[in-house]
Structure formats: C-alpha cells, structure tokens
Ligand binder design. Structure first.
Ligand code: PGA
Length: 245
C-alpha cells in the first residue's frame, strides 16, 4: 500500500487526475472504474482540463461506475448517471456506449461484463464516513459480487444533503461487490476533510473486518491512498506500516 498525504483537496485531485491520465496514456483502451460523491468532483475537473489543454483522449476509454441508486432514472439529477454526465462525460470525448452503470436490470451480469472486457485496470474510490466503499455498507460479511443493497441510516443521512428532504433519498442501491472491487488491477482511494479521519484510520490501521468495509483493501497488491492533511490527522506514527510519500 502506498499512502500519499497532501496539503489540500486540490492537490489530492490533481495527483489523482495525473495517475488516471497516465494510465490512459499508457493504455488508451483503459477500463476505468469510477466513483461519485463530492470527493471525486475536483478530480474530474482536472481530467476535463487535461482533455482540453493537453489533448488527453477518452475516445477508447471504457468506464464502469461503482454504484447507482435504485428507483432514480438517468434523468433524475440525483442519479449517478446524471452526476457523471454533468461532471465528466459531457465534457470529454468518451462514447456514451462505453460508459456503464450497474442497475436493477443488469446487476447480475455486471461482474461478467467487467470480466469479459478484461477487468478493471484502475478503480477510483471514495470512502464513506462509515468506511463504506461503493455502497458496501458495514455488515457481518464482505460481499463478493455486484448486488442489490439496503443503504445504512448513516449513508442515507450523509447523502440527504443532495436531496430536498431525507425522505427522498432512495433506501436501496446496486453496488459493485467488494470482490468485484478487489479484482481491479490498481485501486486509488481518495479522501479529504476531517470527517473522513476515522474511516481512513480504520482503513490503514485495520483490523480487516466487514464492519469497516474499506479495510479489506489492505489486502490489495496495488493500492494507493491519497488524502489531505485533515483526513490523515489520526495517522501519526504509522510510517512503518505504510510507504508514505
Ligand atoms: P463523498 O462520498 O465523496 O461525498 O464524501 C464518498 C463515498 O461515500 O464513497
């Protein structure tokens, strides 16, 4: 595991976009796993900038998003398809047919779809305050496959900031499973702000347990965690455990 601690959200986004951009330059037909939420928005801004100013091309990139709410169609401003269109897809030269989301109709074939294209080359992840990844909520077991899940009270509360009222937040979603995520060849997890300090602490300190879903990532052979100072606040004296840059 490689841990990169940077000064602020902007530096985290820039570094993350550089890693994604380098992967696309190395392999134009990259299979990219993408995340939604507040944290990756700035990373997407940098990718758009790299597209506009440096000619970074997404023509052959294929994307697989981590998750999607049930019961919100793609035109709903809170759906993750809408989010990705708004922040990234409409601003770059990606082909719509190359962008994939798990949904209620395809979730049982999402993993085989990913496998059949050769697997995810780089998976971008955020992390929930409860250490969820995708919508894999704290539970008694790690989920293996893309599946239909009930959102935890804490996630519903957390995500209600995007809705007019908490009652409008869907209670269920489709998410890539932990097993699906762990199969990605490279994983980059980003987190910013003090509200993520506990989640990052549990991720890095362990123990690996489904109560902290992200903790399983410690077993991944190519994991990079990029955080700002605030999210790293509880990581003092942990230099031996991680290669800190
Ligand atoms: P956030 O969400 O970036 O909006 O904090 C992260 C997540 O829940 O994965």
């Amino acid at each position: 595991m490689k841990l990169i601690i940077l000064n602020n959200e902007n530096e985290v986004a820039k570094k993350t976009a550089q890693i994604i951009g380098d992967k696309i330059k190395e392999k134009p037909r990259t299979n990219l796993g993408l995340a939604t939420g507040s944290t990756p928005i700035k990373t997407y801004e940098y990718l758009v900038k790299m597209h506009n100013e440096e000619g970074l091309s997404f023509k052959n990139v294929i994307t697989y998003n981590l998750d999607e709410y049930c019961s919100l169609d793609q035109y709903n401003i809170n759906s993750y398809r809408y989010f990705m269109n708004q922040h990234l897809f409409s601003k770059i030269n990606i082909k719509k047919d190359n962008t994939h989301f798990p949904d209620e109709d395809n979730f049982d074939v999402y993993d085989s779809l990913i496998n059949s294209c050769g697997g995810i080359d780089l998976q971008l992840l955020g992390i929930g305050v409860n250490a969820h990844i995708g919508f894999n909520e704290p539970s008694d077991a790690f989920s293996l496959y893309t599946s239909h899940v009930n959102l935890s009270e804490s996630t519903i509360k957390e995500n209600s900031r995007f809705f007019d009222t908490i009652d409008e937040v869907p209670k269920t979603a489709i998410t890539m499973g932990i097993g699906t995520i762990m199969k990605a060849k490279k994983i980059v997890l980003i987190a910013c702000g003090e509200k993520k300090e506990d989640a990052i602490f549990h991720l890095i300190k362990g123990p690996i347990m489904p109560k902290y879903p992200a903790s399983v990532l410690l077993l991944h052979p190519d994991l990079t965690i990029i955080v700002d100072n605030k999210a790293a606040r509880k990581l003092k004296n942990m230099e031996e455990k991680c290669k800190i840059t």
